[in-house]
Write a new protein. Structure first.
Length: 93
């Protein structure tokens, strides 16, 4: 059986497990969620601060689940890094 969380760009087996630890079993459960809170909760459950790349994947995953017509560029998790988001804000200002 195919893992529905693996349809999210950037989500492999490890991050799918992280999402399940947060109680997320289906993509639609990510709609409207706060990626920062998901990341903080995941860190608390693990008892350590995890690499911020996990936060970037959570940002991408929430975008994917929430946006009915996602932009291809934004389906790459690295475009959700703090640096890239800051650059995007500067361009749009």
């Amino acid at each position: 059986m195919r893992d529905p969380l693996r349809e999210i760009p950037g989500v492999g087996p490890s991050i799918a497990r992280d999402l399940r630890l947060l109680g997320i079993e289906r993509v639609k459960q990510l709609r409207g969620r706060d990626p920062e809170r998901l990341y903080a909760r995941s860190n608390a459950l693990r008892g350590q601060t995890q690499d911020r790349c996990l936060l970037y994947v959570f940002r991408c995953a929430v975008y994917y689940a929430t946006e009915p017509r996602p932009t291809a560029r934004l389906l790459k998790w690295w475009n959700w890094s703090d640096v890239n988001l800051a650059k995007a804000r500067k361009r749009s200002a």
